[in-house]
Design a protein around this ligand. Structure first.
Ligand code: GLY
Length: 295
């Protein structure tokens, strides 16, 4: 496989909304450490393998709100959601409120081959055990302290995600989250829904921010369906963010279209998506100061 067409963009959530477990520089380093090996995977194994590699690395890094280091829900437990989709078969597979696994995105990937592609709660966790995913406690001390301090302070959100385009033109998008922190158990995030994660042969999207707002605007699916109508990615993102801002919505996204255009946008200046991207001629991250990026 060559590398002319290959593109990878990843995100680690939404800036100040991530809580206070890490500094901006730590987020930048964490994203870089996920970007480079995953880009190699993109070159060698294609889009889906690269998205899985990137998200697994971010799930393993305790500063990000996904996998190990996920935020605690109101009852002091961690429940995680993850999903992915690619243009090979357009199957959306995911887990909602799974617990005690190391890599929710790997369980989501495994569900692609099942009759039912989306499982939640106990059944998602039982499925993971049957498939050989071992017990893993994702609660870190930093998140536990954050939870104890912030019991009354809801609505901080965070997520990780990746979108890749490979040399064969295959697009894959994936998202993984520990939720918003202190949420009512049973809440369902956008991440394992087509509002938060979507991909087909025209492009891919992974969202971050307040799940309720992302679901209200059906963000990721809407981007792709407007691409189908022939609307340029830049116009779609501008329209969606304008609508989001007018509704006081708080979210951002990363996206890629089939022509390899990267797009990063958020509804408010105060929400900066923590992203990093790479292709044959560009390598950028959120510290470049380009909050709203179309490349
Ligand atoms: N976007 C992550 C969440 O709302 O759970």
């Amino acid at each position: 496989m060559g590398n002319g067409k290959c593109k990878l963009i990843i995100h680690g959530g939404a800036g100040r909304l991530e809580g206070k477990v890490a500094t901006k520089e730590q987020y930048r380093v964490g994203l870089q450490e996920a970007l480079h090996p995953s880009f190699e995977t993109l070159l060698q194994e294609g889009a889906r393998a690269a998205v899985l590699h990137a998200i697994r690395l971010l799930e393993s890094d305790p500063i990000f709100n996904a996998g190990t280091g996920s935020k605690l829900q109101r009852d002091g437990r961690v429940r995680m959601s993850a999903a992915l989709m690619d243009s090979v078969d357009s199957i959306f597979s995911g887990v909602i409120n799974i617990y005690d696994v190391e890599h929710p995105i790997s369980v989501a990937d495994s569900l692609r081959g099942e009759v039912h592609h989306l499982l939640s709660g106990n059944e998602a966790t039982e499925y993971a055990r049957r498939k050989g995913f071992p017990f893993h406690d994702p609660i870190t001390m930093s998140r536990f302290i954050e939870y104890r301090k912030a019991l009354k302070n809801r609505e901080k959100f965070g997520t990780v995600g990746a979108v890749a385009l490979d040399e064969d033109g295959i697009v894959c998008a994936g998202t993984s989250t520990g939720g918003i922190g202190n949420e009512t158990p049973g809440r369902v995030s956008d991440s394992a829904s087509v509002a938060g994660t979507y991909a087909d042969e025209l492009g891919g999207v992974s969202c971050t921010g307040k799940g309720e707002h992302i679901i209200n605007q059906a963000v990721a699916a809407q981007v792709i369906y407007r691409l189908r109508d022939g609307v340029p990615l830049k116009t779609i993102l501008l329209d969606l963010m304008k609508e989001g801002a007018s509704r006081n919505h708080e979210f951002g996204l990363i996206s890629l279209d089939k022509n390899g255009r990267f797009g990063v946008r958020s509804t408010k200046n105060s929400i900066s998506v923590l992203y990093a991207l790479k292709d044959a001629s560009h390598e950028l991250d959120f510290t470049t100061g380009r909050r709203n990026l179309i490349l």
